[in-house]
Design a protein around this ligand. Sequence first.
Ligand code: F6P
Length: 366
Amino acid sequence: MTQYIGILTAGGDSPGLNAAIRGVGKTGQNVYGMQIIGFRDGFRGLMENRTVALNSAALSGILTIGGTILGTSRDKPQKMPIGNKTMDMTEVMLETYRNHHLDVLVCLGGGGTAKNAYHLMQHGLNIITLPKTIDNDVAMTDVTFGFDTALTIATEAIDRLHSTAHSHHRIIVVEVMGHNTGWLALGAGIAGGADVILIPEIPYNIERVAGSIRQRVREGKAFSIVAVSEGAVPDDLRAKMDKVLKNGKGKKAKAELAALEAERMNSTQRLTQQLEQLTGLESRVTILGHVQRGGIPSAADRLLATRLGAACARYIHEERFGIMVAARGDSTEAVPLEQVVGKRKTVPLDHPWIETARSLGVSLGD
Ligand code: F6P
């Protein structure tokens, strides 16, 4: 019996998405004779029944293209902005699924997508997810596709910032994405030879960061590269946040937390100014932003996304639903979605990358 597969990509785009779509589609068609359709723009396209036929021609020539040929959005089934309202559109999506006689909906995305997909699963749909995000923060998989490409881009940026920092005897603070985890900043910081690496998992002390830079100056190194994760937080701000989280209640606590969060979001600029004041070195900030998500996927991401996609088609054939296709060494594993949803993979404080950075004399701000 022919199996009918729907695919969508949701959340922030990521290099390797097209390789994964191609991996599912080609294996599904070539090996199992499956029929594949894509939904445009994440869960919104499922709601609006906007489809793309993913036949053999459509799957050809997409391996190296960045972004997603399907388009994406951060829309959630149960909280869909419609006009100026937010509505639960779950039922409409279930109807689209039924009307296409789908056997499974494959959702390519990060933690948020897994949660939304799980919601649809609880409403009776057969679901499989694939772990995509440049942040590498999806639980229960060794790695996510998109991470390697972003790591390479951020590392190259840090490489390039070295020569200008060195020439001007400056501090250059480079902000790296990663949401609330430090994988990208830590990985790129080590690979690019940053002198200070600040990640959300280790609240930083500004005096200690400045101290490590002054020490470098005493050693004759009149420039420094500081790789800071967008989610990094100074220790005093972290303490204030923890206090509100612990003791605060109701609307007041919510407002206080929002104000503290806004302060955290601007902390890279403030960090740069503080370092200039505390060290006497001229300082500049570079925010890498979405350039880290753009362009062609690295070879490692193409390989990872392709093999996860191919494995996904095999799991569909075996009717193993309600799972995420996780990367496990050179192989894959079908992890029940319950074990993925609501979790975030942060950098463990005893992770070898942290040990490595410390052993090289890199300041982690603590
Ligand atoms: O999750 C991927 C990511 O690029 C994060 O690193 C970043 O915090 C976020 O998405 C940015 O989201 P948006 O593109 O919606 O601004």
